[in-house]
Design a protein around this ligand. Structure first.
Ligand code: PMP
Ligand code: GLU
Length: 379
């Protein structure tokens, strides 16, 4: 079989690849980025009621109106996103599918898309699938992977039509301060650029405050997810909102021609995410994740690496100068701990490894760090 050039040029997702390597008996799995909690019981009950109540069929392609209404209210009230209503919101099969739809909708052959380096593994592949051109914007470990003046300058000279910004960040855990985001917005505005603002980890901020770009800049497509906020990665529910209706409308064409609609009963379950019980669940989960972050950071500080304090998400991304991160990830796996090497996230990720503490309790982290200490050159 001769496969399309499109697929031949795209590597498998490194996060999924390393997650499957770590699925052996006895391995402590710090690979895949997911919270390891059961979703709020009110959400599970609501989904069960939906199933028992006959919600087995196709739904509206953009998502059920009740859910789009809740999302738009939340984004308007809490994120202060300007100019949206439920018609300007689309729900799909996870933020991943949403991002794919946005890129397929806006990117032509050769369209330049600026992406911070390092970044979540799938952005580059999605742009490649759309035959666009990635312009990398380097970030540095010594600056905590937060955009600096050089980054802003590189963005200004990128000639990109679109820039993808992700805060809180995967893989670094960095939370970009409002002042930095405002500098990015100023450059985007001066260059008539669109911003895709991936805010999947917005509810997991330990220090500082989450700032939504769409609250001040209208050429923003805000992306959110139920996966991390409510620990619902398997429900596959994410969304996008944009004040320009046409963007959502065109994404909906793609949706009608591909997935048809997000899973109907899952959406009825997700309606319960907006209850006080689910909000409490999310706050308590963040507290537990913070305990894990503090513990992991303490242990990592004893390693021979450079590691800033990640203020959000559930990743730690230490940099080991002069080390080959792929070999390091292999050696760590040999000792019984699964991690993802940094280089698949971009050139600036070389020498780094990503540890996800989202699904490992403190006791498991303790054992994982004890094992990692045995790897030559790490401690
Ligand atoms: N964006 C980022 C930065 C992510 O880390 C992920 C994966 N968790 C996604 C988008 C996709 O999330 P999901 O499809 O589960 O909503
Ligand atoms: N985003 C998570 C991660 O980075 C889940 C896997 C994926 O979607 O890439 O591990």
């Amino acid at each position: 079989m001769k496969f399309s050039k499109r697929i031949a040029d795209v590597p498998p997702s490194a996060t999924f690849r390393y997650a499957s390597l770590a699925k052996r008996e006895g391995i402590i799995n710090l690979t895949i980025g997911r919270p390891g909690f059961d979703p709020p019981s009110v959400v599970i009950e609501a989904a069960k009621r939906a199933l028992e109540g006959g919600k087995h069929h196709y739904g509206p392609s953009k998502g059920i109106p009740e859910l789009r209404e809740k999302i738009s209210e939340r984004l308007t009230r809490e994120n202060k996103i300007r100019g949206i209503d439920s018609e300007k919101v689309i729900v799909s099969m996870g933020a991943k599918n949403i991002l794919y739809e946005i890129i397929m909708t806006l990117v032509d052959r050769g369209t330049k898309v600026a992406i911070p380096d390092p970044a979540w593994v799938s952005y580059e592949s999605m742009v490649k699938l759309a035959e666009g051109e990635v312009v990398w914007l380097p970030l540095n470990s010594e600056r905590g992977f937060v955009p600096d003046e050089e980054f802003i300058d590189a963005l200004d000279h990128s000639e990109a039509k679109i820039v993808i910004i992700n805060t809180p960040n995967n893989p670094t855990g960095a939370v970009y301060p409002e002042r930095v985001l405002r500098d990015i917005i100023a450059v985007a505005e001066a260059n008539d650029m669109w911003i895709i603002s991936d805010e999947c980890y917005e509810s997991i901020v330990y220090e500082g405050k989450h700032f939504s770009i769409g609250s001040v800049y209208d050429k923003t497509i805000t992306v959110g997810s139920f996966s991390k906020t409510y620990s619902m990665t398997g429900w596959r529910l994410g969304y996008a909102a944009c004040p320009e209706f046409e963007v959502i409308d065109k994404m909906n064409i793609l949706q009608q021609q591909s997935v048809s609609n997000p899973v109907t009963f899952a959406q009825y379950g997700a309606l319960a995410c907006f209850t006080p019980e689910a909000q409490k669940f999310s706050r308590e989960m963040r507290e537990e994740l913070k305990r894990r972050r503090d513990y992991a950071l303490k242990r990592v500080s004893e390693f021979a690496c450079e590691c800033m304090k990640p203020n959000g998400a559930f990743y730690i991304f230490p940099y080991f100068e002069g080390r080959d991160d792929i070999k390091m990830a292999d050696a760590v796996l040999e000792e019984g701990v699964g991690v993802v090497p940094g280089s698949p996230f971009g050139k600036q990720g070389r020498g780094c490894i990503r540890l996800s503490y989202g699904s490992a309790k403190v006791e498991e982290l303790a054992e994982a760090f004890d094992r990692m200490e045995r790897v030559k050159g790490i401690a």
